[in-house]
Design a protein around this ligand. Structure first.
Ligand SMILES: Cc1ncc(COP(=O)(O)O)c(C=O)c1O
Length: 394
């Protein structure tokens, strides 16, 4: 069953609808705090790094930092964003399959986070440019992770990490290069819902332990699906960290913010082709997950009417794939009525596209009494401000 936002939040959404343009994202801060507390309580002695790709708004990062979390980043931009939000370099972990020389050079200037090397080449480059860096080496556990293929980073055929048979040698190479090799990183994938995936990883890591000496850090990444209870997973993860003599780190993203957020869009037309559509002012450029991952998000009407019908909800793009939900039963709307897509707080706003020049949706957070602006709605001129208005040559 999806989490239903509380009534006062839904009432506050109605109020917000009259004050800001649609589409917009809205978050319930109390839910984010509750979810964060749940993870901190389940992992009391672990270090918890929030995967800021899920939702990188600065005001959110500041709040999570004040709850004691670190930040997990996958680009130079995300590292610098984390610093802007107040995180210190030793509170930030940088992942990602490639760390180009310019990125390493920039980190030397702005502050060096813990780096997760993703390959032998990554290690060599880090050793050349940032010889003092603290480094983890990412493992590809080569498991048939049960999630959408675009999210299954722990599969052996994905581009991530170093396979178990190669991991000990590549790790030793890092030491030879003089790097401070602190431990092992492994991220199975995102939106995991099957505890068997976590159990399979324990086995891989237990086997690997025989070939790897004690480590300082065991970073088991994120991927916790909304319906998983962290209290069920924590004991196995802590036992594994103990087996390595390591401190446990985790990197949840979606689990902390997804069900606290909604996307609100207005209905501008009802239309029949061979199917029955509602046409919305939000589509794939505002909310990519349905198209990218086939994600299904529950929809709630922010209006009432007596009759209902079953609709597909389509966006404004000239793409037949621009459908945010199919076969949704809703009250028959009037022009301008609004709907809310639930569980849109992670990888929703963060994935907004400039494609088609739709201005970016604004973002607002409800604290139980007031709406805080997390990001103002995008402005049209911002979409072309980096384009020369007369010929410019290099
Ligand atoms: C390395 C790494 N850590 C953590 C995460 C967070 O995953 P989730 O939001 O599913 O918890 C991701 C997401 O892709 C990731 O790539």
């Amino acid at each position: 069953m999806p989490y239903e936002p509380p009534e006062d939040f839904m009432r506050a959404l109605h109020d917000l609808l009259g004050r800001v343009p649609t589409p917009f994202y809205a978050y319930d801060l109390r839910r984010i705090e509750e979810r964060t507390r749940r993870y901190l309580e389940a992992f009391p002695t672990a270090r918890v790094f929030y995967a800021l790709k899920a939702n990188p708004r600065l005001r959110l990062l500041e709040r999570l930092r004040s709850q004691g979390l670190g930040a997990e980043a996958v680009s130079l931009g995300e590292v610098v964003r984390a610093y802007v939000a107040g995180f210190m370099p030793d509170e930030v972990v940088l992942n990602g399959p490639v760390k180009p020389p310019e990125v390493l050079g920039e980190l030397a200037r702005s502050g060096v986070p813990t780096l997760v090397a993703d390959s032998r080449a990554d290690l060599e480059r880090i050793a050349q440019r940032l010889p003092e860096a603290r480094v983890l080496l990412r493992l590809n556990p080569d498991l048939p992770v049960d999630t959408h293929p675009h999210l299954a980073t722990g599969r052996g055929d994905s581009q991530f990490g170093v396979l178990p048979e190669d991991w000990p040698d590549v790790f030793a190479r890092g030491r030879e290069l003089g790097l401070e090799m602190r431990g092992l990183h492994v991220h199975l994938g995102s939106n995991l819902h099957n505890p068997a995936d976590f159990a399979a990883r324990l086995e891989v890591l237990q086997r690997l332990r025989e070939r790897v000496g004690p480590l300082e850090v065991l970073d088991l990444g994120g991927g916790f699906g909304l319906d998983l209870d962290p209290r069920d997973l924590a004991p196995g993860m802590f036992a594994l960290a103990r087996a390595y003599g390591a401190e446990l780190w985790i990197e949840p993203g979606r689990a902390l913010v997804a069900d606290a957020g909604v996307l609100v869009a207005r209905v501008w037309a009802e239309k029949r082709t061979r199917r029955r559509y509602l046409l919305l002012d939000a589509g794939m450029t505002a909310f990519l997950r349905p198209l990218l991952y086939g994600a299904r998000h529950p929809v709630r009407p922010l209006y009432a009417s007596e009759r209902t019908a079953v609709y597909d909800l389509a966006g404004p793009a000239c793409e037949s794939g621009d459908v945010l939900a199919r076969d949704v039963e809703l009250p028959v709307p009037r022009e301008g009525d609004a709907v809310a897509f639930l569980e849109a707080g992670a990888y929703g706003e963060a994935m907004h596209l400039d494609y088609l020049d739709h201005p970016r949706p604004g973002a607002y957070a409800w604290d139980g009494a007031r709406w805080e602006v997390w990001r103002r709605p995008g402005r049209l001129p911002a979409l072309w401000e980096d384009e020369p208005d007369r010929a410019e040559y290099l």
